[in-house]
Write a new protein. Structure first.
Length: 302
């Protein structure tokens, strides 16, 4: 007889840049979500999946809470509300700082309103020299909400992450597993590859360019090399808003695009475990962020 399986759906919430995507990647053991030092880089609600024996964790990485300025912003805020409304528990990620920001107060109000059980994660403890500061931070948050537990950790070093998984297991309920036990994400590989490319753009470009960029994988197919090794051929289009941005993305003699593509290809090979042949193009689509039809085409649906 097979053992009773369980699943736990956990939303990872917090203000931009606290390390939500880093934490999710650390837990699933692979980079499935973009990490960047520029805030608001997570656009789609990507789920990370981790199966430990009978328990399957499904993590929802949410964009940071912020005031929407464009339709894309609207979509990002909406997906937070949806994520928090439909999970077993939330993990509120904060930095080791006793000063609580308005975004955090707002998120805690949402948790309260939905009576959502929540774990408080104090991330980036690798940066904390003074333990008293950590204690002050814990005390400040404990005054605001009855967290089921408080876990200081570092998504960067992995310190404390096992403790978090133990705490989260308490929210698992009897159910079938919704994903194969070796799955790491709900997103198809073609979407993850486009995200890896967008991550490299965020890493190498000045601010105004990356936030106006969308990446779409137009073709993705598995094949074999002449020696019989598996290889994936992927073709991605980078959409930007201006001709000047296109010029910057391509760079002198195509140098910038080559650099971005080469780095994304290495990350894609690491993620997929096979050779990847990545072809990239840059196209201009003015003001795509405010055009609902295009947004849908890029995968940001309502
Ligand atoms: N030192 C340190 N930096 C971290 C840690 N976790 C995340 N970061 C950095 O914080 C920045 C934001 O991380 P990200 O995961 O994209 O944050 P998100 O916006 O909340 O998803 C990136 O530069 C990360 O490398 C950590 O535990 N320690
Ligand atoms: Mg993120």
């Amino acid at each position: 007889m097979s053992k009773q399986t369980q699943s736990a759906f956990i939303a990872i919430v917090g203000r931009p840049n606290v390390g939500k995507s880093s934490l999710m990647n650390r837990m699933v053991g692979q980079k499935v979500a973009i990490v960047s030092d520029k805030p608001q880089t997570t656009r789609t609600r990507i789920m990370g999946v981790l199966t430990k024996e009978e328990t399957q964790f499904v993590f929802l990485d949410t964009p940071g809470l912020h005031k929407p300025r464009t339709r894309l912003g609207d979509y990002m805020v909406k997906s937070i509300g949806e994520a928090v409304g439909s999970v077993d528990a939330a993990v509120l990620v904060v930095e080791p700082d006793a000063r609580i920001r308005p975004e955090e107060t707002e998120l805690i109000a949402q948790l309260k309103a939905s009576r959502m059980p929540a774990i408080l994660v104090i991330n980036k403890i690798d940066l904390v020299a003074d333990k008293a500061a950590l204690l002050a931070c814990i005390a400040a948050y404990k005054d605001l909400y009855e967290f089921s537990s408080v876990v200081p950790l570092s998504a960067k070093t992995g310190d404390g992450v096992a403790e978090l998984l133990d705490e989260m297991a308490a929210f698992a309920a009897d159910s079938p597993h919704f994903f194969p036990d070796d799955a790491i994400s709900d997103q198809p590989e073609r979407v993850l590859v486009a995200e890896l490319l967008r991550e490299q753009i965020l890493r190498t470009m000045r601010d105004e360019v990356p936030h106006g960029v969308a990446v779409v994988t137009e073709s993705f197919r598995e094949a074999e090399t002449t020696s019989g090794a598996p290889i994936i051929h992927a073709e991605c289009v980078i959409y930007c808003e201006r001709d000047t941005h296109k010029g910057m993305l391509i760079g002198k003699g195509g140098a910038r695009l080559k650099e971005i593509s080469a780095a994304a290809r290495l990350e894609a090979e690491r993620l997929l475990g096979v050779k990847v042949n990545l072809k990239t193009w840059v196209k201009v689509k003015e003001d795509w962020r405010n055009r609902q039809g295009l947004l849908n085409g890029f995968g940001y649906s309502d």
